[in-house]
Design a protein around this ligand. Structure first.
Ligand SMILES: [Zn+2]
Length: 87
């Protein structure tokens, strides 16, 4: 059953170098602002981006916050108490 020649990978081993296609559609993108200090983070969202429980890291204040993003709106998720986790 292993007679199928699936070895075409060796022919073009450059599959990793997928072209970084930037679509030129009119989709607006913006950086997520840090909910702590208000500065730009490195994460970007589009207007159709939906994030749920996304750990947003701010390189400026070096803090991480769980956020949700919908319709370009950032909602900070405040965990009630991280210590009360049942094992
Ligand atoms: Zn920050």
């Amino acid at each position: 059953m292993t007679g199928t020649p699936l070895g075409t990978l060796s022919l073009d081993g450059r599959r990793k170098a997928a072209p970084f296609l930037r679509n030129c559609f009119a989709i607006s993108e913006k950086h997520i602002l840090s909910p702590v200090c208000g500065s730009k983070t490195r994460s970007r969202i589009r207007e159709d981006t939906i994030l749920i429980n996304y750990p947003l890291y701010c390189p400026k204040c070096r803090q991480e916050r769980l956020i949700e993003v919908r319709n370009l709106q950032t909602i900070v998720i405040t965990e009630p108490d991280a210590k009360t986790q049942s094992r």
